[in-house]
Ligand binder design. Structure first.
Ligand SMILES: [Zn+2]
Length: 400
C-alpha cells in the first residue's frame, strides 16, 4: 500500500516594482470576483457551481480584466465559502454572507507553473502570464521530485510581501516496521540529544553556535530599539524575519540529521511538548532564547522528514526523564550532581544528564509497549543497524 504525503511550501515572491502593481491589482479584482459571487449566491441561497457560474461569470469578466481561469477560481472558492455558510444557516447557526478583505488567489495547473530548481514561477494575472523570481530555501530542494498541485497567493499587508503557498504531494511505499528505536531529548543545554537504549547511538546537537547567533541578534535588537527611529524600526522588522529564517534553517538541519540516524521502518520517540516546557522552566541557566525556541516546529519537521523515509514518530510522557537512572530505573531528585551530570544514588551509574534523559525517553516508550514487542531491554544485535558512537557536538552551521 502506498501512502500519499502532502506538504505546503511557503515561498516568498520577488516581483519587480511593475509586477508588484500588477499583482496588487490582480488581487483587488479577484477580491471583487469572490465577494460579488458570494453576494449573488447568498441572495439566491445557492452553492451550486454551475448555477453560480451562469449567474456571475459574464458580469465578472465584464467588470474586471481577470483571465477566465481566475474568474473560475474565484467562483470555486466562493462556492466553498457559500456552501459552509448556507449549511450553517440551515442548521439555525449564526451565519452571514461570506466576504473577504484580502482573499488569497487559488492557482491550479492551468493558471500557474513553478520551477523550484530555477527559483521561478509563472502566474496568471490581469496582464497575462507573468514570470516571477521566488526564493527557495535549500531545505525545500528535497521537494524537487514531488508533484506540484495547487497554490495560494496571498499578500501580507503588514510585511508588504507576497507569499506563494505551493502544495506538493508524493506517493511513498509503506515500509515494514522494524525494531529500531531512538529517543530524542529536546531543550536545555543541547537543542537535541539522540540515543538508543543500548548506548550505540549518542548524538548531541549542541546549541552553542545557535546561542552565539541569537545573542548577536539580541544585541543588535537592543541597539536598534534604543534608537527608535523609523529606519531603525524597519531594520528591526527585517532583523526579526532574518532570525526567524535562521532558526527555521537550524531546525531543518537538526531534523534532517536525526532522521538520517534511523533506518527505514524504525521508530523515533519524542517527548510531549508540555514536558519539555516544564523542564525548561525549571532549569535555571537557560537563557531567554531557549524559552522561545520553536520545539513544536522541530518536532513537526522531524515527523515530516521521517514520514518520507517510512520512519514512525511516537510521543511519550516524559515524566521523571531527568530524575530517573536510565540503567537501573531508580528515581530521585538527588540523582543529579548538577545540571550537566547525572549520578545515580542507587547504582552509581554516571552519564551526561541530557543523554540519560534521552535514553529514558526511548526506554519509557519500550516499557509502554510492555510484552507486545517482547524486548523491554533489547539485545544489542537489534540496534546494530546504525552505529555512530560519535559522542561530540554537532555544530549548526547553517547561514549566519
Ligand atoms: Zn541507577
Amino acid at each position: 500500500m502506498d501512502m500519499k504525503l502532502q506538504r505546503t511550501l511557503k515561498l516568498v515572491l520577488k516581483p519587480t516594482k511593475e509586477q508588484k502593481q500588477i499583482l496588487l491589482e490582480t488581487l483587488e479584482q479577484y477580491k471583487f470576483a469572490y465577494n460579488y459571487t458570494c453576494k449573488i449566491g447568498w441572495e439566491a441561497q445557492i452553492w451550486n457551481g454551475v448555477q453560480l457560474h451562469n449567474l456571475t461569470y459574464y458580469t465578472v469578466r465584464d467588470k474586471t480584466s481577470l483571465p477566465s481561469q481566475l474568474v473560475i477560481s474565484a467562483r470555486v472558492v466562493a462556492t466553498e465559502s457559500l456552501k459552509s455558510a448556507i449549511k450553517r444557516k440551515k442548521k439555525g447557526l449564526k451565519s452571514k454572507c461570506p466576504q473577504s478583505n484580502n482573499p488569497a488567489i487559488r492557482y491550479d495547473k492551468r493558471s500557474y507553473s513553478v520551477w523550484l530548481d530555477r527559483e521561478e514561477v509563472s502566474l496568471a494575472t490581469i496582464k497575462g502570464r507573468q514570470r516571477f523570481r521566488i526564493k527557495v530555501p535549500d531545505y525545500f530542494k528535497q521537494y524537487l521530485d514531488w508533484k506540484v498541485t495547487s497554490a495560494n497567493l496571498k499578500y501580507d499587508k503588514k510585511l508588504k510581501k507576497f507569499f506563494l503557498n505551493i502544495n506538493v504531494e508524493k506517493e511513498v511505499p509503506e515500509v515494514e516496521t522494524r525494531d529500531f528505536f531512538v529517543g530524542v531529548d529536546l531543550g536545555l543545554r543541547k537543542l537535541a540529544v539522540v540515543s538508543t537504549p543500548d548506548g550505540r547511538i549518542n548524538r548531541f546537537f549542541d546549541g552553542g553556535h545557535v546561542r552565539a547567533v541569537s545573542e548577536r541578534y539580541q544585541a543588535l535588537r537592543k541597539r536598534l530599539q534604543s534608537k527608535g527611529t523609523p529606519s531603525a524600526k524597519r531594520h528591526l522588522k527585517k532583523l526579526s524575519q532574518r532570525e526567524k529564517r535562521f532558526r527555521t534553517a537550524v531546525n531543518h538541519k537538526i531534523a534532517k540529521e536525526i532522521v538520517e540516524l534511523v533506518p527505514a521502518g524504525g521508530v523515533i520517540v519524542l517527548e510531549k511538548l508540555k514536558g519539555i516546557r516544564k523542564r525548561i522552566k525549571a532549569g535555571k541557566q537557560n537563557r531567554r532564547w531557549i524559552h522561545s525556541w520553536n520545539f513544536a516546529q522541530l518536532q513537526r519537521l522531524i515527523e515530516y522528514k521521517a514520514q518520507v523515509k517510512g520512519i514512525r514518530v511516537v510521543y511519550v510522557d516524559a515524566r521523571y526523564t531527568s530524575q530517573k537512572c536510565s540503567k537501573c530505573g531508580h528515581v530521585s531528585r538527588k540523582n543529579r550532581r548538577d545540571q550537566a551530570h547525572f549520578v545515580c544514588e542507587g547504582c552509581g551509574f554516571q552519564l551526561n544528564a541530557d543523554l540519560n534523559a534521552s535514553r529514558n525517553i526511548v526506554k519509557n516508550y519500550l516499557a509502554s509497549l510492555g510484552g507486545k514487542s517482547g524486548h523491554g531491554e533489547a539485545s544489542p544485535s537489534v540496534w546494530g543497524v546504525v552505529n555512530r558512537p560519535d559522542v561530540g557536538s554537532v555544530g549548526c552551521a547553517v547561514h549566519g
